[in-house]
Design a binder for this molecule. Structure first.
Ligand SMILES: C[S@@+](CC[C@H](N)C(=O)[O-])C[C@H]1O[C@@H](n2cnc3c(N)ncnc32)[C@H](O)[C@@H]1O
Length: 278
């Protein structure tokens, strides 16, 4: 009930914020009809609030949201901020003259890449975000255009790219210091049990992966091991995961491919959320 009231308040705020003439604080007939329409989209059609509002806060950035591209989640925001702190320490200890290069695989709205750019040291980093979905890349580029002034003079670009393209990987991966990713990690069984808010509106490709949700993670582990040599204790690969059940298989896979300093970060809810290694 509390949540429903809060959502109604946010929808009303959107209408008030969108109005051209801010003279009156009460809603006109037209605005009441728009509010009715928003409530209908939310309740009857299960449209997520963030798609109706059109944005979602991520770190201190206001990220545009548009179906079917995944809405940025608080868990991702949390580890992105933690990663900024970790990289600041590592990169201070292991200085290089060149800018660091980060590949944000499965970039979606671009939230991770943009969040990193906005908080890493000024003019220190080049970030490329790639996604297989053209509509995600369009949205990431719209976010880039909107947020450019907040990116600390760090360079960010987005490209449409299937990360299973081995020729692209062989050519481009060796130019990066670090790969970050929030890949699809929901198992087929978990997907069947998800809310209609998610299933009806967010791209299935953004969520589901074979091999108990670890297929893309394993592919990234193999690819990074092959193309990005271990140069320092700094992380080489940072991936979001779906929980404890994925820790052991992915740790084994990382060890098999020669990774060191394997760590798991829990999120604020105490769930295993990120696996990283150097
Ligand atoms: C879980 S979403 C993450 C989006 C965003 N990084 C975030 O954290 O909100 C996963 C993304 O992976 C993309 N994706 C799925 N398969 C891919 C592939 N083979 N190559 C590149 N991107 C892929 C999807 O289109 C989707 O945008």
């Amino acid at each position: 009930m509390q949540l429903a009231k809060r959502q109604l308040a946010w929808l009303t705020e959107k209408i008030l914020a969108d109005r051209a003439n801010a003279g009156s604080s009460s809603l006109s007939d037209l605005e009441w009809r728009r509010l009715d329409d928003y409530i209908d989209q939310r309740t009857t059609h299960h449209k997520p609030l963030q798609y109706i509002l059109g944005t979602q806060p991520f770190y201190d950035l206001d990220i545009l949201t548009r179906p079917p591209t995944l809405i940025p989640r608080w868990e991702t925001e949390e580890w992105t901020a933690r990663l900024v702190d970790v990289l600041a320490v590592h990169w201070k200890q292991h200085k290089t003259k060149a800018r660091r290069r980060i590949l944000d695989v499965c970039t979606g709205s671009g939230c991770i890449g943009l969040g990193l750019a906005a908080h890493l040291a000024p003019a220190s980093t080049e970030i490329l975000g790639v996604d297989i979905a053209p509509e995600a890349v369009d949205l990431a580029r719209a976010n880039l255009a909107r947020l450019r002034a907040q990116l600390n003079n760090n360079d960010v670009q987005f490209e449409c790219q299937d990360i299973y393209d081995t020729r692209w990987l062989a050519r481009h991966l060796p130019t990066f210091d670090l790969v970050v990713a929030n890949p699809p990690y929901v198992t087929h069984d978990e997907y069947a049990a998800l809310d209609p808010d998610v299933k009806l509106w967010e791209d299935r490709r953004a969520l589901v992966a074979d091999q108990q949700g670890t297929h893309l993670h394993r592919h990234l582990i193999r690819s990074v091991a092959q193309h990005i040599p271990s140069a320092s204790p700094s992380p080489r690969l940072v991936m979001e995961i779906g929980g404890e059940h994925q820790v052991s298989p992915l740790s084994t896979c990382l060890e098999t491919h020669g990774f060191e300093n394997i760590q798991v970060w829990n999120d604020l809810a105490g769930r295993a959320r990120v696996i990283l290694a150097s």
